[in-house]
Design a binder for this molecule. Structure first.
Ligand code: HEM
Length: 154
């Protein structure tokens, strides 16, 4: 049973990492393009990724706790508490930042289409300094979680 639960945990981790790879690709392409159609395509990819990533994270969290329990780890071990907190933050921060910013950029699509170009406001929303800052924070958080999972330092 422990093997199955760990497998499911890693399955959702893989879904999460695959999704984050696609999101990073889309984010880089959004930064580089001046073409409205391309911008729209990568916005759509980001919105799909934005729906899949929390599924991966929640699945990883649920099966992570179940696997930890079944394996016999102390559920209040430091590395697990770090994982609960970091996973919670990883769930909440994008919902309060990337999600509303993406939705705002999406609402401007009609105006962008009528003007036939990517609006400055859309570029700023999706590639501006604050977007980049949250991206860096989220990548750091991911590396922290992976480190804690593999090395269980506390
Ligand atoms: C509430 C959140 C989480 C809990 C309770 C949890 C729990 C666990 C447990 C019990 C294991 C098995 C450890 C072992 O047998 O040595 C594990 C392994 C692993 N977890 Fe998590 N996890 C959580 C979130 C995550 C997240 C979000 C990621 C990825 C970003 C992740 C990535 C991994 C990886 C890569 C392993 C394999 C580590 C290894 O075998 O060295 N976990 N996790």
């Amino acid at each position: 049973m422990a093997d199955f639960l760990t497998f499911m945990h890693i399955f959702f981790v893989a879904l999460l990492l695959f999704t984050l790879g696609a999101l990073t690709f889309a984010s880089v392409r959004l930064r580089r393009t001046d073409d409205l159609n391309e911008f729209r395509i990568f916005m759509n990819l980001m919105m799909t990724g934005g729906m899949l990533a929390p599924i991966g994270l929640i699945g990883a969290g649920i099966f992570g706790v179940l696997a930890a329990w079944e394996i016999g780890f102390e559920l209040t071990a430091g590395w697990l508490i770090a994982a609960y907190i970091a996973s919670g933050v990883a769930l909440v921060v994008p919902a309060l930042t990337f999600k509303p910013w993406g939705e705002a950029a999406d609402r401007l699509m009609e105006q962008a289409t009528s003007e036939g170009r990517i609006l400055d406001e859309q570029k700023e929303l999706m590639t501006g300094t604050r977007y980049t800052a949250v991206e860096l924070f989220m990548n750091g958080l991911l590396i922290f979680i992976l480190f804690v999972m593999v090395y269980k330092p506390f």
